[in-house]
Design a protein around this ligand. Structure first.
Ligand code: PMV
Length: 283
C-alpha cells in the first residue's frame, strides 16, 4: 500500500440531538478541529503504529475497513474523545479518505456515508449518522436519518464559543437512558424547535432564545448535568445570546451563540473549561 493521508473535521450539534435518533431533523456544523489518519505499508497483520486516541473500541471499529494484513496506521487528532465533538466520526471519515487515496482516488460522499456508518456502529451501537455525515460534508447540515442530508445556507455568519467541560459523556448510555425513560413530548418539541432554528438561521434571524429552549428540553429529558447547566448559565451571563449542551450530554461540551467571543470564553475558562471560538460563514 502506498503512503496516504486522510483528514476530516469534528462537528457540533446546533440543535436536535437525541430527537434525531427518533426521526426528527438535527442541525450539525463542522468545526475546524480535525483528525488526520496516515497509512503506510508494514509487514504482518495490520495495526496501529501511533494513536492520539486511547479507546478500547478503536481497533474493532477501524478493523471493519482495513485489510487484515499489511497496513500500519497513525492517528493525530485535535478532537477530545467523548465530548460531543464527533471525534469517532472524524476518524472514520479520515480513514475512508486515506484508504481511497491509497488506491489513487478520492472517496465520494456516498462512500464516506455508507462506510462511515459501519465504523460509527462499532463505536456507538445504533447512531443516527449525523456525526459522520457532517464530518464528510463539512459546513452546516440539516440531517434526518434515512434521508439525503441537506446543506443549510446561513443568512448570516454564526459566531459560537464551544466550551469543553472536560468530563466525557457516553453517547450509547445517554441514548439508552432517554429511550428507557420515554419523554415523547419533549422529543417532539425538540423536533419542532429544530425546524424553527433552521428557518431562522437561513433568514439570518435570532436564535438565542431557541438555543436556550433546546437546552431546557435536553435538561428535561435527563441528559444535562449540574456542571453543563452551570457552564451554560455562566456563558449567558457573560453575554452569550443563548447556550446549550451539544451532543449526547452527561458531560462533553456547551455551545454558546455570541457577538463577542472573548468574554464568553473567559467565563468558560473561569469554570475550568477549555474554550474555543468557531465561526460558520454565511452562505
Ligand atoms: O456522540 P455525540 O455526543 O456527538 O452525540 C450524538 C447525538 C445523539 O443524537 C445524542 C446521538 C445520535 O446518534 O444522533
Amino acid at each position: 500500500m502506498p503512503e496516504a493521508v486522510g483528514e476530516a473535521p469534528g462537528k457540533v450539534i446546533l440543535a436536535g440531538e437525541h430527537a434525531v435518533v427518533y426521526g426528527h431533523r438535527a442541525i450539525a456544523l463542522a468545526v475546524d478541529r480535525r483528525t488526520r489518519v496516515r497509512l503506510r505499508s508494514r509487514p504482518g497483520p495490520s495495526g496501529i503504529d501511533h494513536s492520539a486516541i486511547a479507546d478500547p473500541r478503536l481497533w474493532p471499529a477501524l478493523a471493519t475497513l482495513l485489510p487484515a494484513e499489511g497496513v500500519g496506521l497513525s492517528i493525530e487528532s485535535e478532537l477530545p474523545v467523548g465530548c460531543g465533538l464527533g471525534s469517532s466520526a472524524a476518524l472514520s471519515v479520515a480513514l475512508i479518505r486515506a484508504l481511497a487515496r491509497a488506491e489513487g482516488r478520492e472517496a465520494e460522499l456516498e462512500e464516506l456515508v455508507e462506510k462511515g456508518f459501519r465504523v460509527e456502529r462499532v463505536f456507538h451501537g445504533n447512531p443516527s449518522g449525523v456525526d459522520h455525515t457532517v464530518a464528510a460534508m463539512g459546513g452546516a447540515v440539516l440531517y434526518r436519518r434515512g434521508e439525503a442530508p441537506v446543506r443549510l445556507r446561513l443568512g448570516r455568519p454564526l459566531r459560537l464559543v464551544i466550551a469543553n467541560t472536560g468530563t466525557p459523556g457516553n453517547t450509547a448510555e445517554m441514548v439508552a437512558g432517554v429511550r428507557a425513560r420515554g419523554h415523547a413530548a419533549e422529543i417532539a418539541a425538540i423536533g419542532a424547535l429544530v425546524e424553527e432554528v433552521a428557518r431562522a438561521v437561513e433568514a439570518g434571524g435570532p436564535i438565542g432564545a431557541l438555543l436556550r429552549e433546546n437546552h431546557r428540553l435536553l435538561r428535561a429529558i435527563g441528559v444535562s448535568t449540574p456542571r453543563l447547566d452551570a457552564v451554560a448559565a455562566a456563558m449567558e451571563a457573560a453575554g452569550a445570546a443563548g447556550a446549550k449542551l451539544a451532543g449526547a450530554g452527561g458531560g462533553g461540551v456547551v455551545l454558546a451563540l455570541v457577538e463577542e467571543a472573548a468574554p464568553v470564553m473567559a467565563a468558560a475558562a473561569a469554570l475550568g473549561c477549555e474554550a474555543f471560538a468557531v465561526e460558520v460563514p454565511e452562505g
